[in-house]
Design a protein around this ligand. Structure first.
Ligand code: KG4
Ligand code: ZN
Length: 370
């Protein structure tokens, strides 16, 4: 079963070919980061227009890299939500046209579910990993979402907690702006934190009692306060209050910071303050729900500090009985291999969409008790 996957929910135009939900034959991602960098975040109209020029060359590149012709595809899978409406429309229209032309089934995939299923994928030329055992707890942390999910079987999810304000990736992105580190913020903060002392600045953690919810907006304000003494001028707009780019053509001005600003220590303290509540609540949930595996997913799963701390804490508190998995780096941030992979399991349940299918910009992960 060869599935062509297409992903255009945000700012990556991606296509991939995956065999039977696991073996990745090709995974092509055309990043638009350079186009959005000047604005400090994704500009929806620019994203949609970049997708429309990139989509067919990216699909062709995925077929070429897989070494197959169009007619060998058994099904076409596409992200139908959640995401930016204009961006989703480009992928869904392309997928409809390809599936129609080839007379093959079309599968609509939930982007959040796909991030979870990235854990089933293997790298090209590597054997597939053993499938994670159920029940499992998944920490899904990306630019738009931070959720703790209990998965009891294929397609069966229960929400345990979510962020009450910013997503973890969004917190990294906003923190990076405050530190003048550029976009996307996660990798930039991680790199800056590498030589830093995480204990030098006391930054708050929002524990929110016994819940499995998260909150990062207070941390962002605390970082703003910690950086304030090092800001040279207040002439530039306050990046902490800017909720993404203000308009399609308003450029983001990085703050001017003094040369002696301890960016490494601030970044390390900030990263640790994000990672700690994520790790503590995930380990607690795994224990409480008898999880046999814990999965990381989403762009923030690329973060080394998060991966290493979670793996170590699970081992310490729950022992060898709980398997820990995080996707290969290439499948953490947005990609189409995870879309094609998810579609395989959906097709096995008989799920496919019709020609009249719409996009679902705010589609939550469908919760079906299992
Ligand atoms: O999953 P993703 O590619 O897109 C969404 O669905 O949102 O996640 C992108 C997010 C961005 O906020 C980015 O800053 C964050 O993932 N990210 C990271 C790292 N790499 C990407 N955050 C922390 N550390 C990283 N190494
Ligand atoms: Zn994503």
């Amino acid at each position: 079963m060869l599935i062509l996957g297409i992903e255009t929910s945000c700012d990556e135009t991606a296509a991939a070919v995956v065999v039977a939900g696991q073996r990745v034959r090709s995974n092509v991602v055309a990043s638009q980061i350079a186009r959005h960098q000047a604005y400090g975040g994704v500009v929806p109209e620019l994203a949609a227009r970049s997708h429309i020029t990139a989509i067919l060359p990216v699909v062709q590149a995925a077929l070429d890299e897989a070494g197959i012709g169009r007619r060998e595809i058994d099904a076409v899978a596409v992200t139908t939500g959640p995401g930016l409406a204009g961006s989703l429309l480009v992928g869904v229209n392309a997928a409809k046209a390809i599936a129609y032309g080839l007379d093959k089934p079309l599968v609509g995939v939930n982007h959040l579910e796909a991030h979870i299923y990235a854990n089933w994928l293997s790298q090209p030329n590597e054997p597939p990993p053993p499938p994670p055992p159920f029940p499992l707890v998944c920490l899904l942390v990306s630019g738009g979402h931070s959720e703790l999910i209990l998965m009891t079987g294929h397609g069966h999810y229960r929400h345990l907690g979510r962020t009450l304000d910013d997503a973890a990736g969004e917190a990294f992105d906003k923190g990076a702006r405050l530190l003048g580190l550029g976009y996307p913020g996660g990798p930039a903060v991680e790199a800056a934190a590498a030589g830093g002392d995480p204990g030098r600045f006391e930054l708050p953690r929002a524990w929110l009692g016994d819940t499995y919810d998260f909150s990062f907006s207070g941390l962002k304000t605390a970082l703003l306060r910690a950086v304030a003494p090092y800001r040279l001028s207040d002439a530039s707009p306050d990046p902490a209050t800017a909720n993404g780019p203000a308009g399609p053509f308003r450029e983001h001005t990085p703050p001017r910071l003094a040369a002696e600003t301890p960016v490494g220590d601030l970044a390390a303290g900030f990263q640790t303050a994000i990672v700690e509540p994520l790790v503590v609540k995930t380990v607690r949930a795994a224990g409480a729900f008898g999880a046999r595996a814990v999965l990381l997913a989403g762009g923030v799963a690329a973060n080394r500090a998060l991966r290493d701390t979670l793996a170590a804490r699970l081992q310490e508190e729950l022992g060898e009985g709980v398997a820990f998995r995080s996707p290969p780096f290439a499948y953490c941030t947005d990609n189409a291999a995870m879309i094609a992979g998810t579609a395989y399991w959906a097709l096995r349940r008989g799920t496919q969409i019709g020609w009249e299918a719409d996009v679902h910009p705010r589609w939550p992960l469908v919760v079906t008790p299992g």
